[in-house]
Design a protein around this ligand. Structure first.
Ligand SMILES: Nc1ncnc2c1ncn2[C@@H]1O[C@H](COP(=O)(O)OP(=O)(O)O)[C@@H](O)[C@H]1O
Ligand SMILES: [Mg+2]
Length: 252
């Protein structure tokens, strides 16, 4: 069973002039396979910075602390090595990849992560099944990745990758934003199918509590000013729903 350990993580964003702007101010968090952790915080608190720095985005520089996956220092690994090690990031703003079809993209990703190409006979069915479960038109397989996709279609495509790649640790950055109520339910059901295997640990980043009605977190962490300022169980999300972030903002 896998464990992601984040210890006193400090991260700065590299500004175009070459300066460093500190964003994460010492984050401590442990995520184990089978657990779901919700990270909730207002806009600009550094949630995406946390996600990107774990995934290895070159714009973010680790200035202190560590991130390890099963004892291996993640920052020693390139971005694709991190993916092969079992880290997965569903981005807040998924990028378009012109000229690469969804079918090709997924097959290439699956091959890279498993170390061998999926069996041709079973793969087509697996892909079709994943699309059906997420209520995606089969025609999507031939479209270019995210090109002209609506916000909801992009998020379904992210969850389709999650279901096909079966990562050890999945970071979902505002997968709920921009979804209508049906899409939110469909996407949440996809996440819950992967959760049910007990083999993936989830870091669910959001600033609304509504996705947590569908995906019940085991732990809730309030994230303000680049760090965790409060932790608890699912009841903390309910408190946030009523009280908002204001109390934590003034404290930070
Ligand atoms: N490339 C960047 N250049 C300048 N500031 C940035 C950059 N990326 C992030 N920031 C700043 O870092 C802070 C945290 O951003 P972010 O991690 O996206 O927050 P969240 O996801 O919680 O809304 C914000 O104040 C944001 O403006
Ligand atoms: Mg964000």
């Amino acid at each position: 069973m896998s464990t992601l350990e984040i210890r006193d993580l400090q991260v700065s964003v590299k500004l175009p002039e070459g300066e460093l702007k500190p964003i994460l101010a010492g984050v401590d968090l442990t995520v184990k396979a089978g657990e779901t952790h919700a990270i909730m915080g207002p806009n600009g608190s550094g949630k995406s910075t946390l996600a990107y720095s774990i995934a290895g985005h070159p714009k973010y520089e680790i200035t202190g602390g560590s991130v390890t996956l099963d004892g291996v220092d993640v920052h020693e690994l390139s971005v694709d090595e991190r993916a092969r090690a079992g880290l997965f990031l569903a981005m807040q703003y998924p990028v378009e990849v012109p000229g690469v079809s969804v079918a090709n993209f997924l097959r290439t990703a699956k091959t890279a992560i498993d170390g061998e190409a999926p069996k041709l006979r079973t793969w087509a069915g697996e892909l079709r099944g994943a699309m059906e479960k997420l209520q995606m038109d089969p025609a999507f397989a031939q479209r270019n990745v995210n090109e002209g996709f609506s916000g909801g279609e992009k998020k379904r495509h992210e969850i389709m990758q999650l279901e096909l790649l079966k990562p050890k640790i999945a970071i979902l950055d505002e997968t709920d934003s921009g979804l209508d109520i049906d899409a939110l339910r469909i996407v949440s059901e996809g996440v819950n199918r992967v959760r049910a295997t007990g083999e993936t640990g989830f870091l669910l980043i959001t600033h609304y509590t509504r996705i947590l009605r569908y995906i019940k977190p085991d732990f809730v962490h309030v994230f303000v000013g680049g760090k965790i300022v409060e932790e608890g169980g699912p009841e903390l999300a309910e408190r946030l729903e009523v009280e908002g972030y204001e109390k934590f903002l003034t404290r930070a």
